[in-house]
Design a protein around this ligand. Structure first.
Ligand code: FAD
Length: 396
């Protein structure tokens, strides 16, 4: 069997893996980035919405090729029809882009390659190699050939379905209530605002929301995420989405160009995202916003943190769990409280009826919120409806 050696092997060329590969390579490491699919970023499994605020933080400059649409704001709607339009003046950098995600992911992988990472396409990790109990690399199938990649450290960047972490003995299991199932249509010939992202909350999407993210004139990603155990009868995500579309005249002449489905984890993160000679990043580490299901920025941040920490570890050759603690500290300091707060908010939101959600949107409309963020929205809610934030009021 062919054996390849390197300093770090990174499994998965999504945003988390490519960012980790770039920062490891920039830190002087010999890096291999594996992708099991034949094309990075495809098939699409994303609504493609991101805010702009974090791009600077991770050193990504917007490129015309992957910014599909620049949003002026967002519209938050209740199932009963009350809506709140949020404009750039109030949302600032929280207003976002709708991406061409397949081009975005390729651009990040290109940056990793430019930094010196080696990319192996159509190469699926199939297991972990241990010697004397220690992780020393991975097994993979590369273009049909069984190979071994020996490395000082393995980075699990293999997304929601991550197996690498499980093979390494790290518990990444999710409670049913911390999984949202999603379906999305790319719809054309629809009458939606081309520069506002729309979110619909309430019984139209139990435990989640419906989104309409424009991709230009009369075309948008129209999707839904629901918590399966809150759906009534035999209804599933598709039935809820189809019903909502059928009842909205803006979609009367709409046609579907593309359908995709997927799952997002909505938990507050893992107890530990590292072990001896292994680091988990992005969705594989369950680091994704539990209320929005947005994970691209978390994937990029954790990838960057992992790359920087691994570069330091490479100087001493120590990739033990203890030596990897700076990675735990970096992501937890930046995101852990927010993940927990938004997880609590998600749990509460799922218990509210449509009337209460309507009241909350009316309250937000009349509140003098200077800069609309999830935090500031929760702050306004805390003042008028303290029961809604009971249990996590200290984080607001
Ligand atoms: C329906 C849906 C809509 C979403 N909408 C948004 C949104 O609008 N905004 C947002 O911010 N987030 C959104 N997300 C979440 C976002 O897509 C993820 O958080 C993000 O992709 C995580 O990046 P990642 O690099 O951790 O994982 P991924 O992007 O999933 O990348 C993992 C990569 O690993 C590869 N891989 C897996 N196993 C192996 C293996 N054994 N060997 C080699 N390669 C492997 C995969 O092929 C994949 O390319 C959405 C998710 C879903 C499901």
């Amino acid at each position: 069997m062919r054996t390849i050696t390197c300093d770090a092997v990174i499994v998965g060329a999504g945003p988390a893996g490519s960012m980790a590969a770039k920062f490891c390579a920039q830190g002087g490491m010999d890096v291999i980035l594996l992708e099991k699919k034949a094309e990075i970023g495809a098939p699409l499994r994303c609504a493609e919405g991101v805010s702009k605020s974090w791009l600077d933080e991770v050193g990504i400059k917007p490129e015309a090729s992957w910014v599909r649409a620049d949003m002026k704001g967002a519209i938050i709607k209740s199932t009963k029809g009350t809506s709140y339009q949020l404009d750039e003046s109030k949302a600032g950098n929280e207003v976002g882009y709708v991406l061409e995600r397949h081009l975005f992911d390729k651009a990040l992988a290109r940056d990793a390659a430019n930094a010196g990472a080696k990319i192996m396409m159509r190469t699926a990790c199939t297991g972990i190699i241990r010697e004397g109990g220690k992780i020393v690399g991975i097994k993979a199938k590369s273009m049909g050939e069984e190979i071994e990649i020996r490395a000082k450290v393995v980075v699990a960047a293999d997304g929601y379905e991550s197996q690498v972490a499980r093979w390494a003995g790290i518990d990444t299991n999710l409670k049913l209530s911390d999984i949202d199932s999603c379906i999305q249509y790319r719809m054309c010939n629809i009458d939606v605002a081309p520069d506002y992202c729309e979110f619909v909350i309430g019984s139209a999407a139990p435990g989640g929301y419906i989104w309409v993210f424009p991709k230009g004139e009369k075309i948008a990603n129209v999707g839904i995420g629901v918590a399966g155990q809150l759906c009534t009868g035999k209804a599933d995500a598709k039935m809820y989405l189809d019903k909502w579309i059928a009842e909205d005249p803006r979609f009367k002449n709409g046609q579907i160009l593309e359908i995709m489905g997927g799952f997002v984890s909505t938990c507050p993160g893992l107890d530990s995202a590292v072990d001896d000679n292994i680091v988990l990043v992005g969705d594989a580490a369950r680091i994704i916003d539990p209320i929005t299901g947005g994970g691209i920025c978390h994937a990029c941040r954790t990838g960057m943190y992992a790359g920087k920490v691994l570069s330091e570890c490479n100087k001493t050759g120590d990739f033990s769990k203890k030596a990897l603690q700076p990675y735990e500290k970096l992501w937890r300091d930046r995101m852990e409280d927010k993940l927990f707060r938004n997880w609590m908010a998600k749990e509460k939101l799922a218990t509210l009826d449509d009337e209460t959600i309507d009241e909350l949107i009316k309250l937000i409309k009349t509140s003098d919120i200077k800069n609309v963020t999830v935090y500031n929205l929760l702050k306004a809610i805390k003042e008028k409806f303290p029961q809604v934030v009971e249990g996590f009021e200290d984080l607001i």
